[in-house]
Design a protein around this ligand. Structure first.
Ligand SMILES: [Zn+2]
Length: 358
């Protein structure tokens, strides 16, 4: 008997899934999934677990994404609209990332409210800044899709299926009754580690052509600019789930670790995989990129980011909670291993080693 939740997928989500979305940006992102995200996974997937990944957009205005069996990943079209609106608005502000293109062509846009986020078509005037806005969209979208891929690759969805009869992991959901919140958070940490490691590797290991009207710009590669922009884009993406810093007493009941904690997890993962000189460059750019994207967020919304947001992420209470997730990882990992499709699950344990070493 399919569960009630399976019915929800078949009846409500599946009919609204678009495998061939309209619009050049959606099409470009679709190409990125099949040319940039999925091929490295196919190269390392265990043969007996090999299944083609299907990807689509769901006609839904809410910020959400999901992974479901058998190996479907989908992103709501609303999530895409929010990403596009956010990075275009950021680059349309002359004071943000002023070294890109010609900021003097920009006029500071009026602050936008959260509710009106999708509606206004605010665009940078300068074609180079427009091209970079799209580059940041691709970085955030890449992170989002690789995060969903990790839920499949690392056996998270299969575990939900085996232990709770649920074949779908909906990214944003109030339902915490299925498995423990700590298990959920630990899987989210694992998915962020994979998305950070693979996404960062992808953008820093190749040159990417950006089209700015008739001009062609080369971005990407293992350099300061790409590393800064990647951290900037991912932190702005986390801020799209913005909330004031969660009180320590409230973290335990959540599905995801708080976004400031997620940024710490992402940075730690990168420091773990990088060697000199890239590691040193990351140490130099990560702080300014996080600070600058927080300021960008404040500017486009006309409200300030909770001042305790960054400090809370490294507070004693948060560090204690991180330790709980890492301890839980040693319990969760053996439960996931039979389902894992990709190589050894070392992501979260990698952070563990790094933390205990530091
Ligand atoms: Zn997730």
């Amino acid at each position: 008997m399919p569960s009630e939740k399976q019915d929800t997928f078949d009846e409500i989500i599946r009919p609204r899934l678009r495998w061939n979305p309209k619009g050049s940006i959606a099409q470009m992102l679709m190409d990125h999934v099949f040319q940039g995200i999925v091929p490295p996974y196919y190269q390392e997937v265990r043969l007996e677990k090999y299944r083609r990944i299907q990807f689509g957009f769901v006609d839904d205005v809410n910020l959400n994404a999901f992974a479901t069996l058998p190996d479907v990943i989908a992103v709501n079209s609303g999530a895409l609209a929010i990403l596009i609106a956010m990075y275009q608005c950021i680059l349309a502000s002359p004071k943000i990332l002023p070294w890109i293109g010609d900021p003097e062509k920009e006029v500071t846009p009026s602050p936008i409210s959260w509710a009106g986020f999708v509606a206004p078509a605010i665009m940078p005037n300068d074609p180079i800044r427009r091209a970079y806005a799209l580059f940041l969209v691709v970085m955030a979208f890449d992170f989002m899709v690789r995060h969903e891929l990790a839920h499949l690759r690392n056996g998270h969805v299969d575990l939900l299926n085996a232990e709770a009869g649920l074949s779908m992991l909906l990214e944003i959901s109030d339902d915490t009754s299925i498995i423990s919140a700590l298990d959920f958070q630990t899987m989210e940490m694992d998915a962020d580690c994979y998305a950070a490691r693979e996404g960062f590797k992808w953008f820093t290991s190749r040159q990417i052509e950006l089209h700015a009207s008739s001009k062609m710009i080369v971005a990407g590669g293992a350099n300061r600019e790409t590393m800064y922009l990647w951290v900037f884009a991912i932190h702005a993406f986390f801020l799209a789930f913005y909330e004031a810093a969660s009180a320590v007493s409230e973290i335990g009941a959540r599905r995801h670790p708080p976004s400031n904690m997620r940024q710490v997890i992402v940075n730690s993962t990168l420091l773990q995989i990088l060697n000199h000189p890239l590691k040193n460059i990351l140490l130099e750019v990560a702080g300014p990129a996080v600070g600058d994207s927080s300021r960008a967020f404040s500017m486009i919304h006309g409200r300030s980011v909770d001042a305790s947001y960054a400090v809370t992420a490294i507070s004693d209470g948060y560090q204690e909670h991180s330790q709980q997730m890492l301890t839980n990882w040693s319990d969760l990992r053996p439960r996931l291993l039979p389902f894992a499709r990709g190589g050894p699950l070392t992501e979260a344990s990698g952070i563990n080693e790094q933390k205990s070493a530091g």
